[in-house]
Design a protein around this ligand. Structure first.
Ligand code: MG
Length: 160
């Protein structure tokens, strides 16, 4: 059996406004992530981890922010396209582990929902997904609440 690991990370600036989306779930907060698409840092990190594991480059090559097609895009659709590409190359998703880095808001009320959504998006069992959240300990751009970030690791397996 072939086994590959992939790593993904992302950071977006936080700006005033509603519509913060994390892992495809809307979060009730007075700030939102600034970006070309819907700026879902977690889905961007997961997408990059999948691309990394499959040796397919990175999210910026697949969905350039200079392309108006991706302006305001639902990151779940971008992830779905990458999941399809990964499956087409014969890979199965083993598991996903991820961490959301945010000083605020408190993410514990959302973690279960995000986990479920990720399991559906990746078409894997819920126990193949783990979602962690941590603050920035009040230091750096994340700790000062100026930015939000995410890290993800994915395992792919393939017969043969
Ligand atoms: Mg991003």
């Amino acid at each position: 059996m072939d086994v590959r690991v992939g790593l993904g990370g992302d950071v977006h600036r936080l700006v005033p406004g509603s519509g913060l989306v994390l892992g495809g779930i809307e979060i009730d907060f007075e700030l939102k992530a600034h970006g070309h698409s819907d700026a879902d840092v977690l889905l961007h990190a997961v997408t990059d981890a999948l691309l990394g594991a499959a040796g397919l480059g990175d999210i910026g090559e697949w969905f350039p922010d200079t392309d108006s097609r991706w302006s305001g895009a639902d990151s779940a659709l971008l992830l779905a396209e990458v999941v399809k590409a990964v499956h087409e190359r014969g890979w199965q998703i083993g598991n996903l582990d991820c961490t959301i880095l945010a000083e605020r808001p408190k993410l514990s009320p959302y973690k279960a929902k995000i986990r479920q959504r990720l399991a559906r998006l990746l078409n894997v069992a819920i126990d193949a997904i783990n979602v962690k959240a941590k603050t920035g300990e009040a230091v750096g751009p994340i700790g000062r609440g100026e930015a939000i970030g995410a890290e993800a690791a994915v395992l792919l397996t393939r017969e043969g």
